[in-house]
Design a protein. Structure first.
Length: 405
């Protein structure tokens, strides 16, 4: 009896164990997408895909140069909706598009200015296959052009773009790697403005899009990070330049590794020095003062003097103090430039309104009815800069050179 019962149980369980990968797909039936771009033309969505060519990568050695075939191919489709454009890809693509490795999404400036991003986010957040960690970027020109540029050091351009963003975030604090899920969260937050970095081509884009570019010792064009796009709601409202975006980084407590260039004195702007930020901390607190909100900002930064052409004795404490004061003024200039631009754009990429909402809900409700709420805020800066060391030498090399008569 027990034996029959055991056989019955095994008969019921075994089919579940032997199902295998019921939804598996063969690799040679897929087109692996590494990057996607979105443009608009004649009231239609134009979606471009950067597809990896596996056999080309397999036969190449080194950074993608020397092969007889491009490691990637680009093709575009269009439709009245993004989904229709994607489906129309099946009319010309010999293989099914596979988006699990899609790490880059590039959006055209005019698309996000005029159409907004809600439909784009709605589409890319729905499929199980789509990556929520893909990086979102903006471009002021045709987005698909960026997918065509070949990078000798990387076989796949999408991977090269990802490395550019990562390097920018680690070494330039004003650059942020905005992932799709984080971008969607910022867009959905009524008390904060979303920001997305710009990606652009510098040089001759057409020359760098041919296979000969991989065999040249000098690039005809490079992909580089540019300005910072600022949103209000789900639409792009403007750009912040480098100095302005650095101010946002200071106010947002996102400065990690940054070089500050400053003059030796107010009277002499030709001789410059470099201060490397090693540690930085920013605390922002909204405080009610006489019925208005004062945003008190306290920034403390520590770092090293990496380079100087100033003729001064760095062993003297008063000299170091003077340099720290000069660096402080440089940081203030960047923050004030950012604050001015934020009020011009009527956008809040720092999240001041979010802080006020948590501390003073009633004030937040009142400000939410204002057409330009940032105009009603005051900014109070308290910055402390410390030069911890001057690396291997205390006196500038300039001091060793006697002036010629």
């Amino acid at each position: 009896m027990n034996r029959k019962l055991n056989l019955l149980i095994l008969t019921v369980i075994l089919p579940f164990l032997l199902n295998g990968c019921w939804d598996s797909r063969e690799l040679n039936s897929l087109s692996i997408v590494s990057a996607t771009s979105i443009d608009r033309s004649n009231d239609e969505w134009v979606i471009s895909f950067q597809v990896v060519i596996p056999q080309s990568i397999a036969t190449q050695t080194g950074g993608g140069a020397g092969g007889s075939q491009s490691p990637i191919t680009i093709f575009s489709t269009r439709g009245k909706t993004i989904r229709e454009a994607m489906q129309n890809a099946n009319l010309e693509a010999p293989r099914t598009l596979f988006f699990a490795h899609n790490s880059i999404l590039i959006l055209n400036e005019q698309v996000v200015r005029n159409e907004g991003v809600r439909q784009i986010l709605d589409f890319f957040l729905r499929p199980m296959e789509s990556r929520e960690t893909m990086s979102v970027l903006l471009t002021k020109g045709k987005a698909s052009n960026l997918l065509e540029v070949l990078i000798p050091l990387e076989k796949i351009t999408g991977n090269a773009i990802q490395r550019v963003i990562t390097q920018g975030q680690e070494n330039l604090s004003q650059v942020k790697n905005i992932k799709l899920i984080d971008f969607a969260s910022m867009i959905a937050n009524p008390n904060r403005s979303a920001v997305v970095p710009e990606l652009k081509v510098s040089g001759d884009q057409e020359e760098q899009s041919t296979l000969d570019a991989l065999k040249s010792t000098r690039n005809k064009a490079v992909i580089k990070l540019g300005d910072l796009g600022v949103f209000r709601g789900d639409k792009l409202v403007g750009w912040m330049k480098r100095e302005e975006s650095r101010g946002v980084a200071w106010l947002s407590n996102s400065v990690k590794n940054l070089i500050i260039v400053f003059p030796c004195s107010d009277r002499e702007n030709t001789r410059l020095s470099s201060y490397r930020v090693v540690h930085s901390s920013t605390q922002v607190e909204p405080v009610m003062v006489n019925g208005s909100i004062n945003m008190k900002v306290h920034i403390e930064t520590k770092g090293a003097l990496d380079e100087t052409s100033c003729t001064m004795d760095l062993t003297k404490p008063d000299v170091i103090t003077k340099l720290e004061d000069t660096i402080t003024e440089q940081i203030k200039d960047e923050i004030w430039a950012s604050w001015k631009r934020m009020k011009e754009l009527n956008a809040d990429p720092v999240g001041f309104m979010d802080m006020i909402h948590r501390r003073y809900p009633s004030v937040s409700r009142r400000l939410s009815t204002s057409e330009r709420p940032l105009q009603e805020l005051e900014l109070n800066l308290n910055i402390k800069v410390t030069i911890e060391h001057t690396n291997m030498i205390n006196k500038p090399f300039s001091n060793l050179i006697e002036p010629k008569n």
